[in-house]
Design a protein around this ligand. Structure first.
Ligand code: UDP
Ligand code: MG
Length: 136
């Protein structure tokens, strides 16, 4: 079965700020994911809190939402075979210290906070997150 999926990817403020958008987008294309839609935006802290609400009880929640709203981000719909798990593999582990060699977070992540990219973690969340940023 082909299992073509769509997933949401975010290039976080630390990576946009360091001019890494083209390099990160090239990596997705090299890994056979199509960038179906992309836009550069800045969101409010309230919007970030809504986006990350699954983490609202975590100790890092407030810092996370302040950070995601601190500067421009690039949001993308990625499409391809097993796109959700493929994107998670391409990103690498949450903490760049533990990320696999060659993964985006290993290459570009600064810390567990500033880990350069976000990717949906399940088909359900991929749908919700795509709809959050691309309602039309
Ligand atoms: N995060 C953090 N401290 C932690 C765990 C997570 O700052 O101890 C941040 C990190 O930037 C991560 C985001 O919260 O990307 C969401 O956490 P999650 O566990 O969903 O990791 P991800 O799905 O991004 O790998
Ligand atoms: Mg997550």
């Amino acid at each position: 079965m082909s299992n073509v999926e769509q997933t949401l990817s975010i290039i976080k403020p630390d990576a946009v700020e360091r001019n890494l958008v083209d390099k990160i987008q090239k990596k997705f294309k090299d890994e056979k994911l199509i960038i179906v839609k992309t836009k550069k935006i800045q969101i409010s802290k309230e919007e970030a809190s809504e986006f990350y609400k699954v983490h609202q009880t975590k100790p890092f929640f407030d810092r996370l939402c302040s950070y995601l709203s601190s500067g421009p981000i690039v949001v993308m719909i990625l499409e391809g075979k097993n796109a959700i798990t493929e994107n998670r593999r391409i990103m690498g582990a949450t903490d760049p210290k533990n990320a696999e060699n060659g993964s985006l977070r290993k290459l570009y992540g600064i810390s567990i906070d500033k880990n350069s990219v976000h990717g949906s973690d399940s088909p359900d969340n991929a749908k919700k997150e795509i709809n959050f940023f691309f309602k039309d």
